[in-house]
Design a protein around this ligand. Structure first.
Ligand SMILES: Nc1nc2c(ncn2[C@@H]2O[C@H](COP(=O)(O)OP(=O)(O)OP(=O)(O)O)[C@@H](O)[C@H]2O)c(=O)[nH]1
Ligand SMILES: [Mg+2]
Length: 401
């Protein structure tokens, strides 16, 4: 699973990305700072099973901080998108190409309204960020529309003559965008499009198909960034009124806290509603002041910086992800060396016991016999649907079984 961080230029995408991954990427207050995409590892936050099971865990692929598991996930920060990008304006299709593989999107907006539609600085509050959200969605739609329209007449005539299936054709055209046959089928059915005569589809119908396909295959939430600035408050409310999922965000504040935590200056776990200064005497006047601002303008106002909430919202909310703990000894919840709850995996909602085996190792899947729910000791079949926070042993005849 991959989540893309998208939006118009200069809204704080790279700041959000840097805060989430602690990767050093260029950040600056002008448009098109980012050109090449940045791929990095963020973490989702989930209540660990260690306390419930009464064990002391020894995480390997993730970390556990006082009962909170942080589990790695992949995110990508891309170049800013401007109106006309689908026709090549700004950095054009490059942006769109970079998010083709994303399963969900976090759309970062400058909620403070201090950047115009192209990301240039304007007085705070003078630009309405709502238009930015629809612009980005529309450019994405125009781009997908363009891919389908390129040879629509010829292709549909051909399909009708040879008895080819339009659903297959659409799925093939959009396969590079992580759109599956099942996705296309679902949208075509819902819109009641005439599959036997695709040449009769109007541009409007093709566009409807595109919009619905985007919503299904690239679900998104809005990270209303720069929430620390006072002009953000009314805009956050306005964005919420559109019915979209909106998370107020202060990426710069999160970046500051993550770095201060890394240097041992504060106690802070991403997603916490507050932080503690470890030793006030160690802070410079500037650092103390910056932390006070974060406390007043972000923590007290919103109960957190929103960065972790947006990441969790994308994986758990939009993608219905689950966290699963594979173990080899189901009585001790450990691997074969006695390491307790070593790994936690983030998996798509609807994953089965066999999917977990595949995630751990292909050999485990090839020789799959059955799985065991470590909590209850019950046997689980290959097609058993896993739930969030399941602890599972895979029994396999494969070498690693
Ligand atoms: N006040 C405030 N400023 C922020 C916040 N997040 C980012 N910024 C500032 O916004 C400006 C743009 O940040 P970037 O992260 O480079 O933005 P971007 O969206 O990646 O920009 P491009 O790569 O050019 O598209 C920088 O000056 C950041 O310091 C925030 O939470 N609050
Ligand atoms: Mg950037």
């Amino acid at each position: 699973m991959l989540v893309g961080v998208v939006g118009k230029p200069n809204v704080g995408k790279s700041t959000f990305f840097a805060a989430a991954t602690l990767k050093d990427v260029p950040i600056a207050d002008y448009p098109f700072t980012t050109i090449q995409p940045n791929v990095g590892v963020a973490h989702i936050r989930s209540k660990c099973v260690c306390k419930e099971l009464g064990v002391t865990d020894a995480p390997r692929n993730s970390v556990c901080i006082d009962g909170t598991r942080l589990i790695p996930v992949k995110i990508v920060d891309v170049a800013g998108l401007v109106e006309g990008a689908s026709r090549g304006k700004g950095l054009g299709n490059q942006f769109l190409d970079d998010i083709r593989q994303a399963d969900a999107l976090i759309q970062v907006v400058d909620a403070s309204g201090s950047t115009d539609l192209e990301g240039r600085k304007v007085p705070p509050g003078s630009h309405d960020p709502l238009g930015d959200v629809t612009m980005v969605e529309h450019e994405f739609d125009l781009w997908m529309f363009g891919i389908l329209k390129k040879d629509w007449e010829k292709a549909t005539r051909n399909l009708e003559q040879t008895g080819g299936k339009v659903v297959e054709h659409l799925a093939e055209r959009l396969s590079g965008l992580s759109v599956t046959f099942g996705d296309v089928e679902q949208v075509v059915l819902r819109l009641r499009l005439r599959t036997e005569k695709p040449s009769s589809w109007t541009d409007e119908q093709i566009m409807q198909f595109v919009v619905e396909t985007r919503k299904l295959t690239k679900p998104s939430l809005v990270a209303a960034n720069k929430a620390d600035l006072p002009t953000s408050t009314p805009n956050i409310e306005k964005l919420r009124q559109t019915g979209r999922r909106v998370v107020p965000c202060a990426s710069e504040a999160e970046l500051l806290l993550r770095k201060a935590s890394e240097h041992g200056l504060v106690g802070y776990t991403p997603g916490d509603p507050g932080f503690v200064v470890k030793d006030p005497a160690k802070l410079s006047a500037a650092q103390a002041n910056a932390l006070r601002m974060v406390e007043d303008k972000v923590m007290k106002a919103y109960g957190g910086t929103g960065v972790q909430e947006a990441i969790d919202g994308a994986f758990f909310g939009l993608l219905r992800a689950i966290v699963v703990y594979p173990v080899e000894d189901e009585t001790k919840f450990s691997d074969k060396d006695g390491r307790v709850l070593p790994d936690a995996y983030v998996m798509k909602g609807g994953s089965t016991a066999l999917d977990l085996a595949r995630t751990v190792h292909s050999e485990l899947a090839e020789g799959f016999l059955y799985a065991v729910d470590a909590r209850t000791g019950k046997r689980l079949a290959a097609d058993h649907l896993l739930s969030n926070r399941d602890v599972v042993k895979i029994v396999s005849s494969g070498k690693r079984g």
